[in-house]
Write a protein that binds this ligand. Structure first.
Ligand SMILES: [Zn+2]
Length: 500
């Protein structure tokens, strides 16, 4: 396929206004599925968590999961939505092998939550209000694995396997109204919005919120129109983008791609698009008209959901701190400068630092390790920090070892690589590998004497105040002791020796 032409980003924004819309699916962490008693567990053997209800055998009758309804209400309230006093489920009819029932049980014109709004801060510090159109309950589909092709897609595959363990897992779909006015910050706003949704559902403890497992998935709608135009442009919907970085990249890519087409007088096709992480591009999926006919009709096997006012108020009272309030509180508690704090938020590190502090680290030490060496290591492996086999307790332990003078920075970085390799906690690794800083004067003086033997002029240089000459000896000592010497102590001993 020919590579799509892209317009320079700045130029695209000069010519066009960007309008985005976001649909986020949140998989709930209920014990059981949405309409049956099957376990809702990730990673079990295929087709082990299935029953007549979730694979839609004739005569089976669904029943609504109470906890899923409560979770949906809590999410709706956290997003500032109104909660419908009564709402029905609907059948969304479509035929595809990932859904054995041939319809998805969803909500159509009666969503449980509607008309909300939430403030989102982007990396520049600007705050945008995103209006929420609705949040509704539905069930997830099964998982198809296409085997035999080069790409893992259905095209070119020899056969496909289907796993219905995920079929019927409770989902909340959160739909925004069109978002105007973010301009060049639209990609960052999209990512920051999804980050906030993750924080909310994690704070509510209603989802594991792991994007890499598909617990939170985002479909990003993007359209462009000329500045001042009334009518919205034709939109595309990039499906199932599963990391925050990818959301930002996918929105930016669509802006540049659509701008190049429109500037040449072309038309945008209303369609779904697939995001390709490796190439950083999107490609056409299926055409999608607004009149897609799913033949929705009310689900006859389920009674309407009618949450009592008492339940709604109870859930409202139990809402956790709002993400924006939590940030203000944490910044004050940690005494971070605005820029330091923004870096931490944008890197998605609030949870980790909070936990490392709870495990005994100072906030500044936790920040330094997470935004520095740990971020570098994650980047090198092209992973998110949360995917590294490293806990906040490890970081607190590492910081404590440095604080106590048992590790210098270089050794601590080395220890970190062994933690990632699964060798244990920092303290265990220091013992097992004998990595502790040597500040035993006897050993250091012996190493200094050995280094001075090959550069005897250094002592004279130090006596004459040319301190840079000390560097060569300190370097030689560090090298001889494989980095485990306490460099500051070596320097002191060297100066003492020169002035003795
Ligand atoms: Zn089931």
């Amino acid at each position: 396929m020919a590579k799509a032409e892209l317009m320079d980003y700045e130029k695209a924004l000069e010519q066009f206004e960007v309008v985005i819309g976001l649909e986020v699916h949140v998989e709930l962490n209920t014990n059981t599925k949405m309409f049956c008693g099957c376990a809702n567990v990730f990673g079990n053997e295929p087709n082990t968590n299935v029953c007549p209800i979730c694979i839609g055998l004739p005569g089976s009758l669904p029943a609504v999961n109470k906890r899923a309804v409560e979770s949906a209400i809590s999410i709706g309230l956290a997003l500032g939505c109104s909660i419908a006093p009564t709402g029905r489920f609907a059948r969304k009819n479509y035929f595809y092998p990932d859904l054995a029932k041939n319809f998805q049980t969803s909500q159509y014109d009666e969503p449980i939550a509607f008309e909300g709004g939430i403030d989102i801060e982007v990396p520049s510090g600007n705050v945008y209000t995103i209006d929420i159109e609705r949040a509704h309950m539905e069930e997830d589909a099964g998982k198809l694995t296409h085997v035999g092709g080069a790409t893992g897609r259905i095209q070119g595959a020899e056969y496909s396997l289907v796993d219905y363990n995920r079929a019927g897992v409770p989902l909340i779909e959160i739909v925004t109204k069109p978002v105007y006015g973010a301009g060049a910050e639209a990609p960052e706003l999209a990512a920051a919005y999804v980050r906030t949704i993750r924080e909310i559902v994690k704070g509510l403890n209603v989802s594991d919120a792991k994007m890499e497992r598909g617990n939170v998935r985002c479909d990003a709608n993007v359209s462009l129109r000329l500045h001042g135009a009334e009518k919205l442009g034709t939109r595309t919907e990039t499906k199932n983008v599963n990391s925050l970085r990818s959301i930002e990249r996918a929105v930016r890519y669509e802006i540049q791609r659509q701008a190049a087409i429109l500037a040449k007088g072309g038309t945008i096709i209303q369609e779904t698009r697939h995001w390709h992480e490796d190439k950083g591009t999107t490609s056409a999926g299926r055409p999608k008209s607004d009149a897609d006919d799913y033949r929705y009709f009310p689900e006859p096997d389920l009674v309407p959901v009618q949450p009592s006012l008492e339940l709604i108020e109870k859930l409202r009272a139990a809402l956790p701190e709002k993400p924006a309030d939590r940030r203000k509180r944490l910044q004050a508690e940690w005494a971070f400068a605005d820029l330091e704090f923004r870096d931490v938020v944008n890197a998605g590190l609030l949870d980790q630092i909070e936990e490392a502090v709870a495990a005994g680290a100072t906030a500044q030490a936790a920040r330094k390790w997470y935004t520095g060496e740990i971020a570098r290591l994650a980047n090198a492996e092209d992973k998110d920090i949360s995917e590294l086999p490293l806990t906040p307790a490890h970081v607190a332990e590492l910081a404590a070892l440095v604080e106590a003078g048992k590790l210098n920075d270089r050794l601590a970085r080395e220890v970190l690589t062994y933690v990632l390799a699964g060798e244990g906690s920092p303290a265990q690794i220091v013992v097992a590998r004998g990595l502790e800083v040597v500040n035993d004067d006897g050993a250091l003086i012996a190493a200094i004497d050995a280094a001075l033997a090959s550069q005897p002029d250094v002592l004279d240089a130090i006596r004459e105040g040319r301190m840079q000459a000390a560097g060569a000896v300190i370097g030689a000592v560090m090298k001889a002791m494989k980095g485990s010497a306490d460099a500051a102590r070596v320097r002191e001993l060297l100066i003492e020796k020169a002035n003795a």
